[in-house]
Design a protein around this ligand. Structure first.
Ligand code: ARG
Length: 467
């Protein structure tokens, strides 16, 4: 509908237009509006408005019939938005005013009474907290799904040896299952971080009104209970101006993305034909428009890349807040896009990775071949000598000399004969060869947190009960 066709008395007015002598330009309207992005909080906005209205009625601040009208109007609005028939209007600036305006069109004065004892400042703070709470609950389920995928693949590969690396050089054998369990642990901490963020998010700002509280006899605790908050924000100025929870959310999302990015980096490396440890299912890769032989690990590369934008959102929010005096400032409207994008990015990434992990095809031959190239069991031989009585530093020296000899000859430690090994230390006996095998090396690390297959299986069992 074009506004210019309406008689002057019916031209839509901004909710706050009474104070102004001229309307804002179209550019300023667009610049200051948030309806393009905050309308995705419509469910939270209605939920919070209904709780507010019910409290107003309980406290006899509005009449029961007004509440009934508000509830009925909101039900209509919910079905309109769900059906895609709600007319989001730039003239009404944001999600709050759009819904209130429609409510008033539907139910008249009762709609105009809804805003009694509240402000958009405490309203928006409440909506975002509800939105983040919902997002955290979704994220927790998705992280759990990814953890399950990691556990399942780890179980299949509890005994599959691969080189463990330090400095990107072959260090000691680990099992692929053990390696994956490292990421399970990271996700365990990530879930704790989000749960912790949820606790501080889950406090009700509503009741703070614009900044100082309200003159109406409100009952904040009952609103908090109805909306599932653990408590109420205890200072009205802080309630409307605090965005710590959004920063904490982005911080937790950043750490989680950092973990996924490290995993991605490994997947890319492992899939490089130079390494060839794994293959990813075709549905996570793309080809090259010019090089017919290519199968590129686009999904992990993009996850690694998208991690940067989530870090950026964290920096953006910190910077958004650092210069703001109390209490609410319009700057705060800029909190939503970074927040939403951080959540969307993390959620999509978690979803994709839960599907990607079961599709990892492990090339155990290539992993075994790599293990034969880096003296991966050198530490085991040193430990063996220690158990025969040699001090560890001397044992280290003996094996280092043996490795140098192997390097000169282009062979591995177990390729040396018993006599050749004994030339480095007379403590070496026939049983040293069992110690030098990859399977022996894995099995020997048989303690909590170690890579022995029995320990990996125990870790998986423990982790499953924790999920
Ligand atoms: N759209 C605004 C925001 O997201 C709502 C609060 C507006 N408050 C105000 N005093 N202008 O922050």
């Amino acid at each position: 509908m074009s506004d210019s066709k309406l008689p002057p008395s019916q031209i839509p007015q901004a909710a706050w237009s009474g104070r102004f002598s001229e309307p804002v330009s179209d550019l300023v309207k667009r610049y200051t509006a948030s309806i393009f992005f905050d309308r995705r909080m419509w469910r939270q906005d209605i939920r919070a408005s209904l709780a507010h209205a019910r409290m107003l009625a309980r406290q006899s601040i509005i009449a029961a019939k007004d509440l009934a009208a508000i509830e009925q109007g909101m039900a209509t609005i919910i079905s309109e938005v769900e059906a895609g028939n709600f007319n989001w209007n730039l003239d009404d600036e944001d999600v709050h005013l759009n819904i209130e305006k429609r409510l008033t069109a539907l139910v008249g004065d009762a709609g105009k009474r809804l805003h009694t004892g509240r402000s958009r400042n405490d309203q928006v703070a409440t909506d975002i907290r509800l939105w983040i709470r919902d997002a955290i609950d979704d994220i927790d389920i998705l992280m759990r799904n990814l953890q399950t995928a990691l556990l399942n693949t780890a179980e299949t590969h509890a005994e599959t040896p691969m080189p463990g690396f330090t400095h990107l050089q072959v260090a000691q054998p680990v099992s692929f299952g053990h390696h994956l369990l490292a990421y399970f642990e990271m996700l365990r901490r990530d879930r704790e971080r989000f749960a912790d963020c949820r606790r501080r998010t889950n406090q009700l700002p509503l009741g703070a009104a614009a900044l100082a509280g309200t003159t109406f006899p409100i009952d904040r605790e009952s609103v908090a209970r109805e909306l599932g908050f653990d408590g109420v924000c205890e200072n009205s100025l802080d309630a409307v101006s605090d965005r710590d929870f959004a920063i904490e959310f982005c911080a937790a999302a950043s750490v989680a993305m950092m973990h996924i990015s490290r995993f991605s980096e490994e997947l890319v490396l492992w899939m490089s034909p130079r390494v060839g440890f794994i293959d990813l299912a075709d549905r996570f890769c793309t080809g090259s428009s010019i090089m017919p032989q290519k199968k590129n690990p686009d999904v992990p590369e993009l996850a690694r890349g998208k991690t940067g934008r989530v870090f950026g959102h964290l920096m953006g929010l910190l910077t958004l807040m650092k210069g703001q005096p109390l209490a609410y400032n319009k700057d705060n409207q800029e909190d939503k896009e970074p927040l939403f994008d951080a959540a969307d990015t993390l959620i999509d990434t978690l979803r994709i990775f839960a599907d990607l992990v079961p599709g990892i095809r492990v090339k155990s031959d290539a992993m075994a071949a790599a293990l034969r190239q880096g003296y991966a069991t050198a530490t085991d031989l040193a430990d063996y000598l220690v158990k025969k009585g040699l001090p560890f530093r001397d044992a280290h020296e003996v094996v280092a000399r043996a490795v140098r000899a192997c390097e000169a000859r282009g062979c591995d430690l177990p390729d040396l004969s018993l006599d050749e090994l004994r030339a480095f230390s007379p403590l070496v006996a026939e049983d040293a060869f069992a110690v030098l095998t990859v399977a022996g090396s894995l099995a020997a690390r048989d303690h909590l947190g170690g890579t022995a297959p029995a320990q990996v299986r125990a870790a998986i069992a423990r982790s499953r009960t924790r999920l």
